[in-house]
Design a protein around this ligand. Structure first.
Ligand SMILES: [Zn+2]
Length: 428
Protein backbone atom coordinates (compact mmCIF):
# COMPACT_ATOMS: atom_id res chain seq x y z
CA UNK A 1 0.00 0.00 0.00
CA UNK A 2 1.26 3.48 -0.77
CA UNK A 3 1.48 6.16 1.85
CA UNK A 4 -1.11 8.82 2.28
CA UNK A 5 -1.38 11.70 4.67
CA UNK A 6 -4.05 11.35 7.32
CA UNK A 7 -7.26 12.58 5.74
CA UNK A 8 -8.56 15.02 8.30
CA UNK A 9 -10.78 16.96 5.94
CA UNK A 10 -13.67 15.81 3.77
CA UNK A 11 -11.65 16.45 0.62
CA UNK A 12 -8.90 14.15 1.82
CA UNK A 13 -11.42 11.49 2.78
CA UNK A 14 -12.69 11.64 -0.75
CA UNK A 15 -9.16 11.16 -2.04
CA UNK A 16 -8.68 8.19 0.24
CA UNK A 17 -11.95 6.67 -0.97
CA UNK A 18 -11.02 7.11 -4.60
CA UNK A 19 -7.55 5.76 -4.03
CA UNK A 20 -8.98 2.72 -2.19
CA UNK A 21 -11.44 2.06 -5.01
CA UNK A 22 -8.74 2.20 -7.66
CA UNK A 23 -6.48 -0.06 -5.61
CA UNK A 24 -9.28 -2.56 -5.09
CA UNK A 25 -10.28 -2.59 -8.74
CA UNK A 26 -6.89 -2.57 -10.40
CA UNK A 27 -4.71 -4.41 -7.87
CA UNK A 28 -7.15 -6.90 -6.40
CA UNK A 29 -10.21 -7.58 -8.55
CA UNK A 30 -8.79 -7.27 -12.03
CA UNK A 31 -5.90 -9.75 -11.46
CA UNK A 32 -8.34 -12.17 -9.77
CA UNK A 33 -10.76 -11.95 -12.71
CA UNK A 34 -7.99 -12.37 -15.24
CA UNK A 35 -6.65 -15.44 -13.47
CA UNK A 36 -9.86 -17.15 -12.38
CA UNK A 37 -12.55 -15.65 -14.60
CA UNK A 38 -16.05 -16.50 -13.44
CA UNK A 39 -14.67 -18.46 -10.52
CA UNK A 40 -12.80 -15.65 -8.81
CA UNK A 41 -13.52 -15.70 -5.06
CA UNK A 42 -15.50 -13.01 -3.28
CA UNK A 43 -13.01 -10.52 -1.89
CA UNK A 44 -13.19 -7.44 0.27
CA UNK A 45 -10.86 -4.77 1.48
CA UNK A 46 -11.33 -2.60 4.54
CA UNK A 47 -9.51 0.72 4.79
CA UNK A 48 -8.94 2.18 8.21
CA UNK A 49 -7.39 5.46 9.21
CA UNK A 50 -5.21 6.01 12.26
CA UNK A 51 -5.89 9.16 14.24
CA UNK A 52 -2.50 8.88 15.98
CA UNK A 53 -0.07 8.84 13.04
CA UNK A 54 -2.43 9.81 10.23
CA UNK A 55 -1.79 6.86 7.92
CA UNK A 56 -4.27 4.46 6.40
CA UNK A 57 -4.15 0.71 6.95
CA UNK A 58 -5.95 -1.85 4.87
CA UNK A 59 -6.92 -5.47 5.42
CA UNK A 60 -7.94 -7.95 2.79
CA UNK A 61 -10.92 -10.18 3.49
CA UNK A 62 -11.48 -13.41 1.58
CA UNK A 63 -15.13 -14.39 1.72
CA UNK A 64 -14.90 -18.00 0.75
CA UNK A 65 -18.11 -19.09 2.43
CA UNK A 66 -20.72 -16.49 1.49
CA UNK A 67 -23.64 -18.30 -0.18
CA UNK A 68 -23.77 -17.73 -3.93
CA UNK A 69 -27.51 -17.25 -4.19
CA UNK A 70 -27.85 -14.28 -1.84
CA UNK A 71 -30.24 -11.58 -2.98
CA UNK A 72 -29.07 -7.98 -2.94
CA UNK A 73 -30.71 -7.35 0.43
CA UNK A 74 -29.27 -10.54 1.92
CA UNK A 75 -25.82 -9.68 0.60
CA UNK A 76 -25.96 -6.19 2.13
CA UNK A 77 -27.09 -7.72 5.42
CA UNK A 78 -24.12 -10.11 5.32
CA UNK A 79 -21.71 -7.24 4.69
CA UNK A 80 -23.21 -5.26 7.56
CA UNK A 81 -22.75 -8.24 9.80
CA UNK A 82 -19.15 -8.72 8.69
CA UNK A 83 -18.06 -5.10 8.71
CA UNK A 84 -20.61 -3.41 10.91
CA UNK A 85 -20.35 -2.68 14.58
CA UNK A 86 -21.92 -5.93 15.81
CA UNK A 87 -19.01 -8.01 14.67
CA UNK A 88 -15.29 -7.52 15.08
CA UNK A 89 -14.58 -7.10 11.38
CA UNK A 90 -12.42 -4.09 12.19
CA UNK A 91 -12.45 -3.81 15.98
CA UNK A 92 -9.29 -5.81 16.40
CA UNK A 93 -7.49 -3.74 13.78
CA UNK A 94 -4.27 -2.00 14.50
CA UNK A 95 -2.17 0.54 12.64
CA UNK A 96 0.61 -1.11 10.70
CA UNK A 97 2.65 2.07 10.94
CA UNK A 98 2.53 3.14 14.62
CA UNK A 99 0.90 0.01 16.08
CA UNK A 100 -1.97 1.93 17.62
CA UNK A 101 -4.99 -0.19 18.40
CA UNK A 102 -8.58 0.27 19.51
CA UNK A 103 -10.69 3.30 18.69
CA UNK A 104 -7.67 5.21 17.37
CA UNK A 105 -7.91 3.03 14.25
CA UNK A 106 -11.30 3.48 12.67
CA UNK A 107 -12.90 2.29 9.41
CA UNK A 108 -13.31 4.75 6.53
CA UNK A 109 -14.38 2.67 3.58
CA UNK A 110 -14.66 -0.97 2.51
CA UNK A 111 -15.06 -2.64 -0.87
CA UNK A 112 -16.63 -5.94 -1.72
CA UNK A 113 -16.35 -7.70 -5.09
CA UNK A 114 -18.27 -10.65 -6.50
CA UNK A 115 -17.90 -11.83 -10.06
CA UNK A 116 -21.01 -12.65 -12.08
CA UNK A 117 -19.81 -15.48 -14.29
CA UNK A 118 -22.81 -15.30 -16.64
CA UNK A 119 -21.72 -11.90 -17.95
CA UNK A 120 -18.11 -11.75 -16.75
CA UNK A 121 -18.86 -8.49 -14.93
CA UNK A 122 -17.88 -7.76 -11.37
CA UNK A 123 -20.32 -6.46 -8.79
CA UNK A 124 -18.56 -4.11 -6.41
CA UNK A 125 -20.11 -2.63 -3.32
CA UNK A 126 -18.45 0.34 -1.68
CA UNK A 127 -19.28 0.54 2.01
CA UNK A 128 -18.95 4.01 3.51
CA UNK A 129 -18.36 4.48 7.20
CA UNK A 130 -18.92 7.54 9.34
CA UNK A 131 -18.33 7.70 13.07
CA UNK A 132 -17.38 3.99 12.92
CA UNK A 133 -20.78 3.00 11.58
CA UNK A 134 -21.82 1.93 8.13
CA UNK A 135 -23.50 4.98 6.58
CA UNK A 136 -24.40 3.65 3.15
CA UNK A 137 -23.43 1.35 0.31
CA UNK A 138 -22.78 2.34 -3.28
CA UNK A 139 -22.76 0.03 -6.29
CA UNK A 140 -20.20 -0.18 -9.06
CA UNK A 141 -20.04 -2.42 -12.09
CA UNK A 142 -16.63 -3.39 -13.41
CA UNK A 143 -16.23 -4.75 -16.93
CA UNK A 144 -13.83 -7.64 -17.62
CA UNK A 145 -11.31 -5.08 -18.95
CA UNK A 146 -11.24 -3.21 -15.64
CA UNK A 147 -13.30 -0.16 -16.56
CA UNK A 148 -15.91 0.62 -13.95
CA UNK A 149 -19.15 2.55 -13.72
CA UNK A 150 -21.11 3.62 -10.65
CA UNK A 151 -24.65 2.28 -10.84
CA UNK A 152 -27.72 3.00 -8.76
CA UNK A 153 -28.68 0.53 -6.04
CA UNK A 154 -30.77 -2.08 -7.87
CA UNK A 155 -34.31 -2.00 -6.49
CA UNK A 156 -34.83 -5.74 -6.97
CA UNK A 157 -33.36 -8.77 -8.74
CA UNK A 158 -34.88 -7.77 -12.09
CA UNK A 159 -33.23 -4.37 -11.86
CA UNK A 160 -29.99 -6.08 -10.93
CA UNK A 161 -30.22 -8.25 -14.04
CA UNK A 162 -30.82 -5.14 -16.18
CA UNK A 163 -27.79 -3.45 -14.75
CA UNK A 164 -25.30 -6.35 -14.72
CA UNK A 165 -26.72 -8.62 -17.46
CA UNK A 166 -26.49 -11.45 -14.97
CA UNK A 167 -28.56 -12.39 -11.94
CA UNK A 168 -27.27 -11.93 -8.41
CA UNK A 169 -29.69 -14.47 -6.93
CA UNK A 170 -31.30 -16.63 -9.59
CA UNK A 171 -33.96 -17.87 -7.18
CA UNK A 172 -34.61 -14.33 -6.00
CA UNK A 173 -34.91 -13.33 -9.65
CA UNK A 174 -37.58 -15.98 -10.24
CA UNK A 175 -39.57 -14.69 -7.25
CA UNK A 176 -39.37 -11.07 -8.40
CA UNK A 177 -40.17 -12.10 -11.99
CA UNK A 178 -43.32 -13.94 -10.89
CA UNK A 179 -44.29 -11.20 -8.45
CA UNK A 180 -44.03 -8.46 -11.04
CA UNK A 181 -45.78 -10.22 -13.92
CA UNK A 182 -48.39 -12.35 -12.16
CA UNK A 183 -51.29 -10.35 -13.59
CA UNK A 184 -49.75 -9.36 -16.91
CA UNK A 185 -52.03 -9.58 -19.94
CA UNK A 186 -49.69 -11.69 -22.06
CA UNK A 187 -46.85 -14.21 -21.84
CA UNK A 188 -43.74 -12.64 -20.34
CA UNK A 189 -40.15 -13.71 -20.98
CA UNK A 190 -36.79 -12.56 -19.72
CA UNK A 191 -33.30 -13.65 -20.74
CA UNK A 192 -30.91 -14.36 -17.86
CA UNK A 193 -27.90 -15.36 -19.95
CA UNK A 194 -27.36 -16.39 -23.57
CA UNK A 195 -29.47 -19.47 -24.22
CA UNK A 196 -31.47 -19.22 -20.98
CA UNK A 197 -34.85 -17.49 -20.86
CA UNK A 198 -37.39 -17.35 -18.04
CA UNK A 199 -41.02 -17.44 -19.11
CA UNK A 200 -44.33 -16.92 -17.39
CA UNK A 201 -47.92 -17.51 -18.31
CA UNK A 202 -49.73 -15.10 -15.98
CA UNK A 203 -52.32 -16.12 -13.42
CA UNK A 204 -55.74 -17.26 -14.57
CA UNK A 205 -58.39 -19.66 -13.29
CA UNK A 206 -59.96 -19.95 -16.71
CA UNK A 207 -58.56 -22.81 -18.77
CA UNK A 208 -59.55 -21.25 -22.09
CA UNK A 209 -57.82 -18.02 -21.18
CA UNK A 210 -54.78 -20.01 -20.10
CA UNK A 211 -54.59 -21.61 -23.57
CA UNK A 212 -55.13 -18.27 -25.26
CA UNK A 213 -52.01 -16.90 -23.59
CA UNK A 214 -49.97 -19.29 -25.73
CA UNK A 215 -51.43 -18.07 -29.01
CA UNK A 216 -48.31 -16.15 -30.04
CA UNK A 217 -45.82 -18.55 -28.48
CA UNK A 218 -44.93 -20.46 -31.67
CA UNK A 219 -44.20 -17.26 -33.54
CA UNK A 220 -42.13 -15.94 -30.64
CA UNK A 221 -39.98 -19.05 -30.36
CA UNK A 222 -39.48 -19.17 -34.13
CA UNK A 223 -38.07 -15.67 -33.92
CA UNK A 224 -35.72 -16.64 -31.07
CA UNK A 225 -34.58 -19.70 -32.99
CA UNK A 226 -33.06 -17.48 -35.61
CA UNK A 227 -30.32 -16.67 -33.03
CA UNK A 228 -29.93 -20.02 -31.24
CA UNK A 229 -31.53 -23.48 -31.61
CA UNK A 230 -33.46 -23.18 -28.28
CA UNK A 231 -34.26 -26.88 -28.22
CA UNK A 232 -35.66 -26.92 -24.67
CA UNK A 233 -39.01 -25.75 -23.33
CA UNK A 234 -39.75 -27.01 -19.85
CA UNK A 235 -42.41 -26.06 -17.28
CA UNK A 236 -41.91 -26.13 -13.52
CA UNK A 237 -45.01 -28.27 -13.16
CA UNK A 238 -43.42 -30.86 -15.52
CA UNK A 239 -41.61 -32.01 -12.41
CA UNK A 240 -44.88 -33.47 -11.13
CA UNK A 241 -46.55 -34.21 -14.48
CA UNK A 242 -43.60 -35.83 -16.24
CA UNK A 243 -41.82 -37.04 -13.14
CA UNK A 244 -38.60 -35.07 -13.70
CA UNK A 245 -36.39 -36.20 -10.82
CA UNK A 246 -35.75 -32.96 -8.91
CA UNK A 247 -35.24 -33.43 -5.16
CA UNK A 248 -37.82 -31.56 -3.06
CA UNK A 249 -35.26 -29.29 -1.45
CA UNK A 250 -34.09 -28.11 -4.89
CA UNK A 251 -37.51 -27.74 -6.44
CA UNK A 252 -39.62 -24.59 -6.75
CA UNK A 253 -41.67 -25.79 -3.76
CA UNK A 254 -38.74 -24.87 -1.53
CA UNK A 255 -37.58 -21.59 -3.04
CA UNK A 256 -40.86 -20.24 -4.45
CA UNK A 257 -43.11 -21.26 -1.54
CA UNK A 258 -45.56 -18.38 -2.04
CA UNK A 259 -46.27 -19.42 -5.64
CA UNK A 260 -45.85 -23.20 -5.41
CA UNK A 261 -49.51 -24.22 -4.83
CA UNK A 262 -50.69 -22.12 -7.80
CA UNK A 263 -47.89 -23.47 -9.99
CA UNK A 264 -48.78 -27.03 -9.14
CA UNK A 265 -52.45 -26.34 -9.98
CA UNK A 266 -51.40 -24.64 -13.24
CA UNK A 267 -53.10 -21.37 -12.26
CA UNK A 268 -49.83 -19.67 -13.04
CA UNK A 269 -47.29 -21.35 -15.28
CA UNK A 270 -43.59 -20.51 -15.14
CA UNK A 271 -41.40 -22.12 -17.77
CA UNK A 272 -37.88 -22.06 -19.17
CA UNK A 273 -36.79 -21.81 -22.77
CA UNK A 274 -33.19 -22.93 -23.06
CA UNK A 275 -30.55 -23.89 -25.57
CA UNK A 276 -28.61 -27.04 -24.72
CA UNK A 277 -25.68 -26.06 -26.98
CA UNK A 278 -25.23 -22.89 -24.90
CA UNK A 279 -25.23 -25.06 -21.79
CA UNK A 280 -22.52 -27.31 -23.27
CA UNK A 281 -20.48 -24.19 -24.09
CA UNK A 282 -20.60 -23.11 -20.44
CA UNK A 283 -19.74 -26.64 -19.34
CA UNK A 284 -16.72 -26.49 -21.63
CA UNK A 285 -15.76 -23.02 -20.35
CA UNK A 286 -15.78 -24.19 -16.73
CA UNK A 287 -14.07 -27.53 -17.51
CA UNK A 288 -11.39 -25.91 -19.68
CA UNK A 289 -10.17 -23.94 -16.65
CA UNK A 290 -9.43 -27.31 -15.06
CA UNK A 291 -7.77 -28.78 -18.14
CA UNK A 292 -10.75 -30.72 -19.49
CA UNK A 293 -12.56 -30.00 -22.77
CA UNK A 294 -16.22 -30.78 -23.35
CA UNK A 295 -18.10 -31.12 -26.63
CA UNK A 296 -21.56 -32.29 -27.50
CA UNK A 297 -21.61 -35.95 -28.53
CA UNK A 298 -25.20 -36.67 -29.44
CA UNK A 299 -27.96 -35.83 -31.85
CA UNK A 300 -30.87 -33.47 -31.27
CA UNK A 301 -32.95 -35.69 -29.02
CA UNK A 302 -30.42 -36.65 -26.39
CA UNK A 303 -27.81 -34.69 -24.52
CA UNK A 304 -24.53 -36.54 -24.30
CA UNK A 305 -21.18 -34.81 -23.98
CA UNK A 306 -17.64 -35.98 -24.49
CA UNK A 307 -15.15 -34.95 -21.79
CA UNK A 308 -11.51 -35.08 -22.90
CA UNK A 309 -8.31 -34.74 -20.86
CA UNK A 310 -5.09 -35.99 -22.41
CA UNK A 311 -5.73 -39.53 -23.64
CA UNK A 312 -8.82 -39.92 -21.46
CA UNK A 313 -12.19 -39.52 -23.08
CA UNK A 314 -15.52 -40.01 -21.36
CA UNK A 315 -18.98 -39.80 -22.87
CA UNK A 316 -21.65 -38.86 -20.35
CA UNK A 317 -25.38 -38.37 -20.45
CA UNK A 318 -25.62 -34.81 -19.12
CA UNK A 319 -29.33 -34.42 -19.86
CA UNK A 320 -30.66 -35.22 -16.38
CA UNK A 321 -28.31 -32.71 -14.77
CA UNK A 322 -29.15 -30.09 -17.38
CA UNK A 323 -32.84 -30.35 -16.42
CA UNK A 324 -32.00 -30.43 -12.76
CA UNK A 325 -30.08 -27.16 -13.10
CA UNK A 326 -32.98 -25.49 -14.95
CA UNK A 327 -35.56 -26.71 -12.45
CA UNK A 328 -33.56 -25.88 -9.34
CA UNK A 329 -33.20 -22.17 -10.08
CA UNK A 330 -29.54 -22.13 -11.04
CA UNK A 331 -27.78 -20.43 -13.92
CA UNK A 332 -25.70 -22.57 -16.27
CA UNK A 333 -22.49 -21.48 -14.52
CA UNK A 334 -23.57 -22.08 -10.93
CA UNK A 335 -25.24 -25.34 -11.95
CA UNK A 336 -22.18 -26.67 -13.72
CA UNK A 337 -20.03 -25.96 -10.65
CA UNK A 338 -22.60 -27.62 -8.39
CA UNK A 339 -23.16 -30.72 -10.49
CA UNK A 340 -20.00 -31.32 -12.52
CA UNK A 341 -16.99 -29.94 -10.62
CA UNK A 342 -16.14 -33.24 -8.93
CA UNK A 343 -16.41 -35.24 -12.13
CA UNK A 344 -14.32 -32.75 -14.09
CA UNK A 345 -11.55 -32.98 -11.50
CA UNK A 346 -11.64 -36.79 -11.66
CA UNK A 347 -11.33 -36.75 -15.45
CA UNK A 348 -8.47 -34.29 -15.23
CA UNK A 349 -6.64 -36.50 -12.70
CA UNK A 350 -7.16 -39.49 -15.00
CA UNK A 351 -5.83 -37.51 -17.96
CA UNK A 352 -2.66 -36.69 -16.02
CA UNK A 353 -2.03 -40.27 -14.95
CA UNK A 354 -0.68 -41.94 -18.11
CA UNK A 355 2.14 -39.43 -18.81
CA UNK A 356 3.20 -39.52 -15.14
CA UNK A 357 3.28 -43.33 -15.14
CA UNK A 358 5.18 -43.37 -18.41
CA UNK A 359 7.92 -41.20 -16.91
CA UNK A 360 7.88 -43.37 -13.83
CA UNK A 361 8.03 -46.74 -15.57
CA UNK A 362 10.61 -46.52 -18.31
CA UNK A 363 10.80 -49.73 -20.32
CA UNK A 364 7.09 -50.43 -19.89
CA UNK A 365 4.35 -49.42 -22.24
CA UNK A 366 1.55 -47.34 -20.70
CA UNK A 367 -1.53 -46.67 -22.74
CA UNK A 368 -5.15 -45.63 -22.35
CA UNK A 369 -7.35 -47.86 -24.45
CA UNK A 370 -10.63 -46.45 -25.83
CA UNK A 371 -10.08 -43.36 -23.72
CA UNK A 372 -10.84 -45.15 -20.47
CA UNK A 373 -8.84 -48.34 -19.81
CA UNK A 374 -5.40 -47.93 -18.37
CA UNK A 375 -3.10 -50.69 -19.64
CA UNK A 376 0.51 -51.40 -18.79
CA UNK A 377 2.43 -53.80 -21.00
CA UNK A 378 5.94 -55.13 -20.70
CA UNK A 379 8.50 -55.20 -23.50
CA UNK A 380 6.95 -58.40 -24.87
CA UNK A 381 3.50 -56.83 -24.93
CA UNK A 382 2.38 -58.94 -22.00
CA UNK A 383 -0.34 -57.15 -20.09
CA UNK A 384 0.77 -56.40 -16.54
CA UNK A 385 -2.15 -54.23 -15.55
CA UNK A 386 -5.58 -53.22 -16.79
CA UNK A 387 -8.24 -51.16 -15.02
CA UNK A 388 -10.53 -48.18 -15.40
CA UNK A 389 -8.24 -45.14 -15.57
CA UNK A 390 -10.61 -42.83 -13.66
CA UNK A 391 -11.00 -45.40 -10.89
CA UNK A 392 -7.22 -45.69 -10.55
CA UNK A 393 -6.70 -41.92 -10.66
CA UNK A 394 -9.38 -41.13 -8.09
CA UNK A 395 -8.66 -43.88 -5.59
CA UNK A 396 -5.19 -42.48 -4.93
CA UNK A 397 -3.70 -39.03 -4.56
CA UNK A 398 -1.55 -39.20 -7.67
CA UNK A 399 -0.47 -35.56 -7.44
CA UNK A 400 2.16 -36.30 -4.81
CA UNK A 401 5.07 -38.71 -4.60
CA UNK A 402 3.64 -40.94 -1.86
CA UNK A 403 0.35 -41.36 -3.68
CA UNK A 404 2.09 -42.14 -6.92
CA UNK A 405 4.29 -44.72 -5.21
CA UNK A 406 1.12 -46.34 -3.87
CA UNK A 407 -0.38 -46.53 -7.35
CA UNK A 408 2.78 -48.10 -8.77
CA UNK A 409 2.88 -50.64 -5.93
CA UNK A 410 -0.75 -51.47 -6.41
CA UNK A 411 -0.78 -51.81 -10.17
CA UNK A 412 2.61 -53.52 -10.39
CA UNK A 413 3.48 -55.45 -7.24
CA UNK A 414 7.25 -55.33 -6.60
CA UNK A 415 8.61 -58.53 -8.08
CA UNK A 416 6.55 -58.12 -11.16
CA UNK A 417 7.96 -54.65 -11.72
CA UNK A 418 11.58 -55.73 -11.32
CA UNK A 419 11.09 -58.63 -13.71
CA UNK A 420 9.48 -56.35 -16.24
CA UNK A 421 12.28 -53.83 -15.96
CA UNK A 422 14.93 -56.52 -16.39
CA UNK A 423 13.15 -57.83 -19.42
CA UNK A 424 13.33 -54.46 -21.04
CA UNK A 425 16.12 -51.97 -20.26
CA UNK A 426 14.91 -48.37 -20.02
CA UNK A 427 14.60 -46.57 -23.31
CA UNK A 428 15.92 -43.07 -23.51
ZN1 LIG B 1 -0.91 4.91 13.23
Amino acid sequence: MGLLQFPNEPRKFRQLREWARTQFQQEIRLPALQRLGGEATDLGILIMACSHCGLPTSTLHVFSDLPLDLSRVELETSLRRLWGTERCGWKDAYCANCHSTGPRVYPVVAHFGRVLPESGRDLQIEVLFGDSRILRMEYHRMEPDGTSTPVGTPSDELAFLDSFQAPLSMRGLWADFLGRHLSADQLVTRQVQPGYILGLRPFTEDEREAMAFYAGFERWIERRRRELPFDTVTFFRDREEDGIPIPDEESYHTWLPAFAPDIQDALVDPFIVADSDSFIRVLDEVAARRGVRVARASGEDTLFARFTAGEVEVRLNVGPRYFRILHSGQTFHRGVITHFAKEILAIKAAGDLAPVLRARLPGLRVRVREGKILEILDAHDRRLFCDDVIRVATSHTVQNEAGLEEVVRRILPGTNLEAARLAAPPRD
